[in-house]
Design a protein around this ligand. Structure first.
Ligand SMILES: [Zn+2]
Length: 90
């Protein structure tokens, strides 16, 4: 499966490939090829679900993330100041 995630190695938002067998999940950044492994368990499945859920909110805030479509794509986000001026936008 593929996830859009922030790669801590190249510091870009990239497509991360996730492959797992019954015991180990391997996450591979499709941009810089950085790999890390996690045990394939309910914590990891929860992590993947929460990455997916938070991506929706993040894509609203950073429409650039929509540019991530195929493996190898990457987006470097410019940090935006948190908007904290009243609650007009909510
Ligand atoms: Zn990377």
């Amino acid at each position: 499966m593929q996830l859009k995630d922030l790669c801590t190695h190249c510091n870009c938002w990239t497509i991360t490939n996730v492959e797992h067998d019954s015991s180990t999940a391997v996450f591979t950044c499709s941009h810089c090829d950085n790999k890390f492994e996690l045990p394939w368990n309910s914590d990891t499945r929860f992590l993947i679900r929460s990455i997916r859920n938070s991506l929706k909110k993040r894509t609203k805030k950073y429409p650039e993330l929509q540019q991530l479509k195929v493996a190898g794509d990457f987006v470097k986000l410019q940090p935006k100041p948190e908007q904290d001026k009243g609650c007009k936008d909510k």
